[in-house]
Design a protein around this ligand. Structure first.
Ligand code: GDP
Ligand code: MG
Length: 317
């Protein structure tokens, strides 16, 4: 017997999301330039990988929701695609999704890379924040990379913008300062029923998460521009009686000439992609995974409205 499932994130069948009466809950949007560490911080908040991380920019394509429980407070974080100056249609859709994520949230968290400081991407976001007339919570990330004096100079410069109610300095990578920050964020949460079941950590369907994990491996294992030209879809997901799952995914590329690169000599590349992705999926799903990867050409997927809907992006942004 096999059965279809939407994935691993709903580990409970209950629809009752209200906990005991003293529960608190709130939504935070995480804004910041590409590569400042938004996804890394979110994964740390949640204590599990739900947003893909890579040293290359713009790997988060859509809005990812992460949920953290701090005592009785449920903190829901919206990891937005990094905001940058949009050129292509996909870029525009991502920027629109980022700002709409900020609008939906109770509070905005602005993340800045301590080593990069206020670069042009960050300035653009600061200008955008000014226009929204909302104050944000400032988080200076990657403190492990800079000298204390430089850090304090950056903090005071940012303080002068009057855009921030509070400032925190953390390293999402090492976890330095993160627990203290989480507790602060929990204190701000107003009394409210929980929005999600207590043990849920994301609203991302398992199929999409699984596709994102494979896409991350493309970014990590392939260089040049290819990963940007590829997209991954989970075609089928079957759960077997012994608890294992069989996942079929297709890597879509724009041109047939890219196929050879993904396959590698004698199929070595796709094998190693599949292995890395499968290992991580087994880790997250806590079961045996049979992963089957296929490569197909789909010309011009960057202009295909259907892909945008799958990612929760607005094609006409
Ligand atoms: P995003 O684009 O803002 O989501 O950034 P990511 O979370 O994908 O991180 C971008 C890169 O910065 C990755 O290579 C991370 O490992 C790295 N990174 C994130 N946080 C830290 C940190 O606190 N210290 C250091 N040294 N690197 C970090
Ligand atoms: Mg990201």
């Amino acid at each position: 017997m096999t059965s279809e499932t939407t994935g691993p994130m709903n580990t409970t069948d209950t629809t009752d999301t209200t906990g005991p009466s003293e529960t608190k809950a709130t939504f935070y949007a995480i804004l910041g330039a590409p590569n400042v560490g938004k996804s890394t911080l979110l994964n740390r908040f949640v204590g599990s990988k739900i947003s893909i991380v890579s040293p290359k920019v713009q790997t988060t394509r859509t809005r990812v929701l992460g949920i953290a429980m701090v005592d009785m407070a449920q903190l829901v974080f919206i990891d937005t695609p990094g905001i940058f100056t949009p050129q292509k249609r996909l870029d525009r859709a991502m920027v629109a999704a980022a700002w709409s994520g900020a609008g939906d949230a109770d509070r905005v968290i602005m993340l800045i890379d301590a080593a990069k400081g206020i670069d042009s991407n960050t300035s653009t976001i600061l200008d955008g924040l000014k226009k929204t007339k909302r104050q944000a919570i400032l988080i200076i990330n990657k403190v492990d990379l800079v000298e204390k004096t430089d850090l304090l100079m950056l903090a005071s410069k940012l303080d002068q913008t009057n855009l921030f109610t509070d400032t925190f300095m953390v390293s999402a990578e090492t976890g330095d300062g993160v627990q203290q920050l989480l507790e602060f964020l929990a204190d701000l949460a107003p009394p409210s029923p929980w929005f999600f079941p207590e043990d849920q950590i994301s609203d991302m369907p398992g199929r999409l998460l699984a596709a994102e994990i494979t896409r991350e491996k493309l970014f990590l294992q392939l260089h040049q521009e290819l990963p940007y030209a590829a997209t991954v879809e989970t075609e089928s997901w079957e759960t077997f009686d012994d608890g294992s799952v069989k996942i079929r995914q297709v890597i879509f590329i724009e041109r047939s000439s890219q196929k050879a690169i993904i396959l590698g000599k004698g199929g070595t590349r796709i094998k190693s992609l599949g292995e890395a992705s499968r290992r991580e999926l087994e880790d997250i799903l806590e079961c045996k995974v049979h992963l089957f990867l296929f490569v197909k050409v789909r010309e011009n997927w960057g202009n295909d409205p259907e892909r945008y809907r799958d990612w929760g992006l607005d094609f006409n942004a």
